[in-house]
Design a protein. Structure first.
Ligand SMILES: NC(=O)c1ccc[n+]([C@@H]2O[C@H](COP(=O)([O-])OP(=O)(O)OC[C@H]3O[C@@H](n4cnc5c(N)ncnc54)[C@H](O)[C@@H]3O)[C@@H](O)[C@H]2O)c1
Length: 246
């Protein structure tokens, strides 16, 4: 599989390149794209349109602001794309949906296969444990700007699919008791913690805790490469991690 890496000079882009170079997959990076590259460097391009050579797909870990150029490029070349970038506005999400009618688009703000399985497990648990309190605790490094994490919100939304009256309470303080329909979401920040998501179910008689620990950010690159293999050769459509697990 010949991969164009968009956002190649960023933290995640570099992990994608090393995953492709690791020999684990029958795949190679044929073009590395980042606005920080200057023309003339081997295999490096400042913009996607500068590369018109062979490719099977694009893996995107760049910035949501560049999504229009990314989609124009993929649609015009009929290339499948894995969009792993986060933070898209509703307008940008609409562009992604429109593009998915013309080419295969795999979209996930969290490309960890483990987190995808975790989402399935907690949904099943929330449906079975109808009388249980649910609390989510997420831990990340001290450089993370957003709280709670996008992944914690995604997990909470997955629970809400089976607990329609759930209300998210992000952080808890004051003197009121928790309500049965609350899902408490708590963000903890310290040191270099890569990312842990823990979901607690309890009814006072028994407690079940389901936990995912990210040990290295390369796991997201690994999941994105798996997604690229999945989406290559697929017809136009909008694909996500649940399709990869199916
Ligand atoms: N899907 C996941 O599991 C997952 C995991 C981690 C990070 N992310 C997301 O991936 C994105 C990249 O994260 P990062 O930590 O590597 O960031 P980063 O800032 O280290 O790298 C971003 C890269 O994108 C490039 N870039 C910036 N604007 C661009 C544009 N308009 N067009 C093309 N390239 C552009 C930058 O030059 C840089 O190479 C973020 O949105 C982040 O939230 C997703």
């Amino acid at each position: 599989m010949k991969v164009i890496v968009n956002g190649a000079n960023g933290t995640m882009g570099k992990y994608v390149i090393s995953t492709l170079q690791s020999g684990k997959y029958d795949a190679e990076a044929v073009a590395l794209v980042s606005p920080s590259f200057t023309e003339g460097e081997k295999d490096k391009y400042p913009a996607l349109r500068e590369y018109q050579g062979e490719a099977d797909c694009v893996i995107d870990f760049s910035n949501h602001a560049g999504v229009r150029d990314l989609l124009d490029y993929c649609v015009s070349r009929q290339l499948p794309v894995v969009i792993a970038t986060t933070g898209h506005t509703p307008e940008e999400m609409e562009l992604i949906r429109q593009a998915s009618e013309k080419t295969a688009v795999f979209f996930s703000a969290n490309t960890s296969v483990g987190v995808a399985v975790l989402g399935d497990l907690i949904k099943r648990a929330a449906a079975a444990f109808t009388d249980m309190d649910i609390e989510i605790i997420e831990r990340h490094h001290n450089r993370k700007a957003d709280a709670p994490s996008g992944t914690a919100l995604m997990l909470a939304n997955q629970i809400k699919e089976v607990r329609e009256n759930a209300e998210f309470v992000c952080g808890r303080n004051g003197h009121a008791k928790r309500q049965p329909n609350e899902i408490g979401i708590h963000a903890v920040r310290y040191g270099n913690e890569v990312g842990t998501h823990e979901i607690i179910f309890s009814n006072g008689l028994e407690t079940v805790t389901i936990k995912h620990e990210a040990e290295n950010r390369s796991l997201f690159a690994d999941g994105a490469v798996k997604a690229a293999f999945f989406v290559c050769g697929k017809p136009a459509g909008f694909y996500a991690m649940k399709d990869l697990l199916a």
